[in-house]
Write a protein that binds this ligand. Sequence first.
Ligand code: PGA
Length: 245
Amino acid sequence: MRKPIIIGNWKMNKTINETLAFLSQVDQQCSNLQVEAGIGVPFLSLQQAQKNANNLIIAAQNCHYEDNGAFSGEISIAMLKEIAITHVIIGHSERREMFNETDQTVNLKVKKLLANNMIPIICCGETLTQYENNETNQVVESQIEKALQDISANNVEKVIIAYEPIWAIGTGKTATAQIVENVCNIIRTKISQIYDQNTAQMVRIQYGGSVKPDNIKELLSQPNIDGALVGGASLNAESFLGLVK
Ligand code: PGA
C-alpha cells in the first residue's frame, strides 16, 4: 500500500521566525496522521525548521547536481544532508519557466539525490496551451521518461512524482479529480513500461494545483493519486491542518 504524502510548497514565502511560529502551531498536531506530511521551506529556514519539526518532513525546494564548485547562489546536496534534509522538490514549473531548469538538469539532480539516499519529488505538468491542444499525456510522459533516465528500478521506487498542470497552479482552477486521475494513471503506466508493474505500483504520485482543504478529499480518493503538493493553502496553519488531517 502506498502511504499518501502531502507536502506544502512554500515557495519564496515566510521568514525563519514566521516558519517557527507555524511549526509551533502545527507540528505537534501532526503526530498521528494517516498521511506523511511536510513543508518545503526556503533554504534559509531549513536548518531551524528541521530542528523544530518532530512530525513534519522538512523539504528543500531545489538543489544543485554538482558536488561543489563555482556555482554562486546554489546549494549542494551535501549541505542539505548535513542538516538531515531527506526530501527535495525538483523541477517545479516555476523553476523550469523562470530559472532554466530543463528535463536534463532534473535528471541530473534526481540521480544525484538517489545516489545520496535522498527522495526527489519530481514535478511535471503541461501548460494551458498544451492542455488545450490535448498534448497533456505526451508532454507528461516525455518529462517522466527524461527525468527517470538511467535510474534503476530499485531507486525509482523511492521517487515521488508530482503532477502539476501549470494552468492549475495558483489560479484557483483545480483540475477535476477525474482529469488528475487520468494523468496520474498515464504516469504510472509510463513507469510500468519503462520498468515493470510492481515498480510502478510502488511509486507515489501527488497532484498539485490549487489543492485546498475542501477539495483534497475527493482528489485523494482516486486510486492513482497518492498525495498532494500544495502551495497557497499550505501557508496558513489552520488550512494546512485541514489538508493533512
Ligand atoms: P498552489 O501551488 O497550490 O498554490 O496552486 C501548487 C504548487 O505550485 O506546488
